[in-house]
Write a protein that binds this ligand. Structure first.
Ligand SMILES: NC(=O)c1ccc[n+]([C@@H]2O[C@H](COP(=O)([O-])OP(=O)(O)OC[C@H]3O[C@@H](n4cnc5c(N)ncnc54)[C@H](OP(=O)(O)O)[C@@H]3O)[C@@H](O)[C@H]2O)c1
Length: 263
């Protein structure tokens, strides 16, 4: 299926690794021009090399911290300067730390809100005019299945990410019909974030090794494994594309069927 993304302009945040990188790769493979973002220049260059191997459009990197409002404005400006506009915004970010509620400080709460919510607010504010100006703007948020079912030891993710869903649903009406807003809710997918969380779980004594933790996560999933990043990236590209033009204001779990909610 041709997703009709060739020549479009996309900005994917937190895309030097993991789910952001897979989303950027899927968009680039479909012919979209893509700006990659992350804080570390070296990781960005590695991601660019990987993505260019499948891309037919241009792949540009721009380092910036999503907790810095100036970096966010610059990221949007650079995308518009490079590609002459902005059609698709995919928001991802690093994940908040895990741990028990009673050990979570005010600073932890504010840092998680800044990274996961205010980055999205500021990105959309900066990009709104450009997204509305084209003929089919789209925004896709990469959040977590924690918005549907709370995950043990992830109080910040369980609580703070709900704001992004409220924002998505509000804007899917307020900025329609020019811009569509949707979210994907990853279940366990093998990325550096998964390694980081499993290492924290090993420190808490929940597993003896990374391999044991990975096997445990896979064994509770109906498809008997955890996910691969491109299995989410492909859905993100579809949600950005005109092929999903009547899909607006929804949340799509990408979790192998792990979630037990009926809807
Ligand atoms: N993988 C999963 O199983 C899973 C499941 C549910 C939810 N999620 C959520 O999905 C999101 C993406 O996770 P992932 O698996 O793709 O993680 P990842 O592989 O660790 O990638 C995280 C990306 O975010 C960038 N980043 C982190 N902090 C940043 C900041 N302040 N400014 C700019 N870029 C920043 C990192 O680059 P630099 O460090 O170089 O900046 C990297 O490119 C996270 O919020 C995670 O919690 C993941």
């Amino acid at each position: 299926m041709d997703l009709e993304l060739a020549g479009d302009a996309a900005l994917v945040t937190a895309s030097s690794s993991g789910l952001g990188k897979a989303s950027a790769k899927a968009l680039a493979r479909e012919g979209s021009n893509v700006v990659l973002n992350g804080r570390d220049e070296g990781r960005l260059e590695d991601a660019r090399t990987e993505i260019e191997s499948v891309a037919s459009g241009r792949v540009v990197t721009h380092a910036g911290d999503l907790t810095d409002p100036d970096d966010i404005s610059e990221l949007v400006s650079v995308t518009v300067e490079e590609f002459g506009g902005l059609d698709h915004l995919v928001t991802s970010a690093g994940g908040p730390p895990s741990g028990p509620f009673l050990e979570t400080t005010d600073e932890d709460w504010y840092a998680a809100y800044d990274l996961l919510v205010m980055s999205v607010v500021r990105l959309i504010r900066a990009a709104a005019d450009e997204l509305r100006a084209g003929d089919g703007g789209s925004v896709v948020h990469i959040t977590s299945h924690s918005v549907k079912e709370a995950i043990d030891s992830l109080v910040l993710s369980n609580s703070v990410r709900m704001s992004v869903i409220g924002l998505e649903k509000t804007l899917s009406r307020e900025l329609a019909p020019e811009v569509r807003f949707n979210s994907v809710l990853p279940g366990p997918i093998e990325t550096e974030r998964t390694r980081e969380l499993l290492e924290q779980a090993i420190e808490r004594g929940e597993f003896d090794s990374y391999e044991e933790g990975l096997a445990a996560k896979g064994s509770t999933n109906p498809v008997e494994r955890i996910g691969r990043p491109m299995e989410l990236g492909n859905t993100v590209a579809f949600l950005c594309s005109p092929a999903s033009a009547f899909t607006n204001g929804i949340t799509v779990p990408i979790d192998g069927g792990l979630g037990r909610s009926n809807i």
